[in-house]
Design a protein around this ligand. Structure first.
Ligand code: ASP
Length: 306
């Protein structure tokens, strides 16, 4: 059974196209790369790839991760500029025994050597947004929300599972800051014998819980994707509340090795799209008063965000 799931409204169109390709026999690798790279390429989506959110110095630094559930191999890049598709670089690094997590200039040199086109990822729009923010807060400007990550998990007709992630991270982040997105176990994890999970939201919080790994570890005990992802999120929220801390900005997607999908969030609204053998739809996960509801939605009714 072919299945796919992707975060946020921004990936709806590319995840739908990837679902059609998967059901027609495409590999999970090609489906995930396509779905993530299309979001990276589109400057309308301001938290990923071209036109992504600038750091405090006005540059767009991007992170991406990739994991193959058949081989448990990973590839990832962090803090890269000018790489037109960070997820393609992550995919190309996957398979290496060593040197599969590259950062900064080394990762950029790898991308150039591998033939990934180089591009100035800043757009007029991203620069205007950055200048406006600098003018507002001058020296005190801190990272603010308005970040999101595209995460896509797919399982193809052969049962092969892949996860890919890509983000420009927090708007106005400190140059050099890296979140969960390229970090295996935090931003993504995929074991074809159990399932896969991926995260979006404040990376600093996600990393403290290794939430993608925790979700997959629960699926390994036989839990389905929805039960596992909800249990992992609840356990982490409970743990943080014992520290008198709240988790207010984390969302997770998951897929078990049978192709069932799941999602959990600490937000009032977390849109995602998914396709399984029962069809394709946009959904909204809503966390209100301590309980999670997930409902199908029409894509037209979910704002694209800016
Ligand atoms: N997880 C990303 C980061 O912390 C941002 C996001 O998904 O909202 O860089």
């Amino acid at each position: 059974m072919a299945s796919i799931i992707g975060t946020w409204r921004m990936s709806y169109d590319s995840v739908l196209e990837a679902y059609n390709r998967l059901t027609a026999g495409a590999s999970a690798m090609d489906a995930v790369e396509y779905a993530v790279a299309e979001v990276e390429r589109n400057p309308q989506f301001v938290s990923v790839g071209y036109g992504g959110l600038p750091a405090r110095d006005g540059e767009v630094y991007m992170d991406a991760g990739w994991m193959d559930g058949t081989t448990l191999r990973c590839g990832a890049v962090m803090s890269v500029r000018h790489v037109s598709s960070p997820v393609k670089a992550a995919r190309m690094l996957c398979g290496r025994e060593k040197n599969w997590l590259l950062c900064g200039t080394g990762a950029e040199a790898f991308a150039i050597r591998s033939g990934i086109p180089i591009r100035d990822m800043r757009t007029d729009r991203s620069q205007m947004k950055w200048r406006a923010r600098i003018a507002e807060e001058a020296e005190t400007a801190g990272a603010y929300d308005g970040h999101d990550t595209v995460c896509v998990i797919a399982r193809d007709n052969q049962g092969h599972m892949i996860v890919g992630t890509s983000t420009s991270g927090l708007f106005m982040k400190e140059p050099g800051r890296v979140g969960d997105t390229p970090i295996v176990g935090s931003g993504y994890y995929c074991d074809g014998e159990a399932g896969a999970a991926a995260a979006t939201g404040l990376g600093e919080d996600i990393m403290r819980g290794c939430l993608s790994y925790e979700t997959v570890a629960l699926m390994r005990t036989g839990m389905d994707a929805q039960t596992a992802v909800q249990s992992a999120m609840k356990a982490y929220m409970d743990r943080r509340s014992r520290l008198s801390e709240t988790v207010d900005n984390i969302s997770l997607i998951a897929m078990d090795n049978r192709g069932n999908i799941g999602a959990a969030t600490s937000l009032e609204s977390f849109p995602f799209s998914a396709g399984t053998d029962s069809g394709f739809s946009m959904y909204e996960a809503m966390y209100l008063d301590g309980s999670l509801t997930i409902l199908p939605r029409r894509a037209e009714d979910i704002p694209l965000g800016d």
